[in-house]
Write a protein that binds this ligand. Structure first.
Ligand SMILES: [Zn+2]
Length: 367
C-alpha cells in the first residue's frame, strides 16, 4: 500500500482533549497545570496500550508551552511546542526500564537530571515499565526522587503497580488508567477509518475492539493489519476471516435450535464449525460468553454490561426475548462444566456434542 502510515503512530493523541477514555486523568492533570500545582513525581498505572506514555508526553509538552490555550492545552505554535512535535525537544527524556534497568542506567539518568534545561521550564523524565528496575537501581533512583531539582519532573509508568516499592509509591502522585471499553475503542476506530477513507462495517469494528482487549494501540494495529490485507473496503466477513474469529451468527443459530430442541441441526452446526478449522475449546468458551451476553440483556440494568454495539445489540436483545432465564442459566452451567472438563477429556468432540445435546433438551423436559 502506498504511503501507509501505521495508525497507532499517526493517530496518537497530541492534546489532552484527544486522549480517549481517560477524561478524569486528563482533567486532573490540566487542573494541576492551570493552578500551577505540579508534583515532582507521578506514577501512571494501568494495562498496556491505554495511553500512559501518550499522556506523559502531552503533559511534558503542555507544562513547557509558553503560550497555553485558555483550555490549558499546548499551543502547538511556540518554539517549545514545535520542538516537541518534531521530537527534537531537550525537555523530555524517556527511559525504557525494561531494557535499561541497571544501576548504571539510572546513574546516567540522575546525572542528567541535575542539569537545568536550556530552554523551557521543566525537564520531564519518563521512565516506562518502571517496575523492571533492579532493586539496586530503584535505590539509586530513590535519592533523586527524594530531593529532585526544581526543574525536574518524573513520570513513572507501569503495568504492574504492585511491584513498585512503597518508598517510591509514597513519593508519587498516583494515577490509575482505565482499560478502554469496547464502545470507546469502536468509536475511535470509526473516526480513524473515516479519516483514512476506509469503509468498514460497524460489526467488523466491534470485533476488532473486542480483540484488542482494552488496549487502543492493539486495536489500531489490528485495524492496520486488516486494511493492508483487505484494502479500503472492509466487511464483517473480512474481519472475522482475518482474525480467525468464529462468526457470532453461529451462536445465534445454535440458541435458536436449542430452543426448538432440534438436536440434529445443533450437531450439524457444530460439525460445520469444526470443518471451518475452529478449535473446540474456543467454541465452547465462546458459547458461554454468548449465553452470558443474552442473560445480561434480560435485565434493563445489566444490559449495559453487553459490550457490543449497533445492529448486533438488537440481535442479542431479540434472542433474550425468546430465551427464558432458567434455560440460559442451565445452559451456561452445562457449557461451563464442558469447559472445565475439556483439557482432561480423551474424546473432546464427544464431550462437546454431549453438552450440546443436553442443552438442546433442556426446554423439552419442561414441556
Ligand atoms: Zn506552545
Amino acid at each position: 500500500m502506498e504511503n501507509f502510515i501505521v495508525s497507532a503512530r499517526k493517530y496518537r493523541p497530541d492534546s489532552f482533549e484527544t486522549v480517549v477514555a481517560q477524561a478524569s486523568i486528563t482533567g486532573t492533570l490540566k487542573n494541576a497545570i492551570k493552578s500551577k500545582q505540579l508534583a515532582h513525581a507521578y506514577l501512571f498505572c494501568g494495562p498496556r496500550g491505554v495511553g500512559k506514555t501518550t499522556c506523559a508526553r502531552i503533559f511534558a509538552k503542555t507544562i513547557n508551552c509558553t503560550n497555553l490555550t485558555p483550555d490549558t492545552e499546548a499551543c502547538n505554535e511556540c518554539e517549545s511546542c514545535k520542538a516537541f512535535n518534531t521530537s527534537r525537544s531537550f525537555n523530555i527524556h524517556e527511559l525504557d526500564a525494561a531494557s535499561n534497568n541497571s544501576v548504571d542506567d539510572i546513574r546516567t539518568l540522575t546525572d542528567q537530571v541535575r542539569v537545568p534545561p536550556q530552554m523551557g521550564k521543566y525537564s520531564v523524565y519518563i521512565i516506562d515499565e518502571v517496575h523492571m528496575l533492579s532493586s539496586a537501581a530503584f535505590n539509586a533512583f530513590l535519592k533523586t526522587l527524594e530531593e529532585p531539582p526544581k526543574h525536574a519532573i518524573f513520570i513513572l509508568a507501569t503495568t504492574e503497580k504492585h511491584k513498585i516499592i512503597p518508598t517510591i509509591l509514597s513519593r508519587c502522585q498516583i494515577f490509575d488508567f482505565n482499560r478502554i471499553g469496547v464502545a470507546e475503542i469502536t468509536t475511535h476506530l470509526e473516526y480513524v477509518a473515516k479519516s483514512e477513507s476506509v469503509e468498514v462495517e460497524s460489526a467488523g469494528l466491534n470485533i476488532i475492539a473486542q480483540k484488542a482487549d482494552g488496549a487502543m494501540r492493539d486495536a489500531l494495529s489490528i485495524f492496520d493489519q486488516i486494511v493492508s490485507f483487505s484494502g479500503k473496503k472492509i466487511t464483517y466477513q473480512d474481519v472475522i476471516t482475518n482474525l480467525n474469529v468464529l462468526d457470532y451468527d453461529y451462536y445465534f443459530r445454535l440458541v435458536d435450535e436449542f430452543l426448538k430442541n432440534n438436536v440434529t441441526e445443533v450437531l450439524m452446526i457444530f460439525n460445520d464449525i469444526l470443518n471451518h478449522g475452529f478449535d473446540g475449546h474456543h467454541f465452547i468458551t465462546g458459547l458461554s460468553s454468548h449465553l452470558r451476553d443474552i442473560l445480561v440483556c434480560k435485565d434493563a440494568v445489566t444490559v449495559q454490561l453487553l459490550e457490543v454495539g449497533g445492529d448486533i445489540k438488537e440481535k442479542y436483545k431479540a434472542q433474550a426475548m425468546i430465551a427464558n432465564s432458567d434455560f440460559l442459566l442451565e445452559a451456561l452451567q452445562i457449557a461451563n462444566e464442558c469447559d472445565m472438563s475439556y483439557k482432561v477429556s480423551q474424546n473432546k468432540r464427544l464431550l462437546i456434542e454431549l453438552a450440546l445435546i443436553r442443552i438442546a433438551q433442556l426446554t423439552l423436559k419442561k414441556k
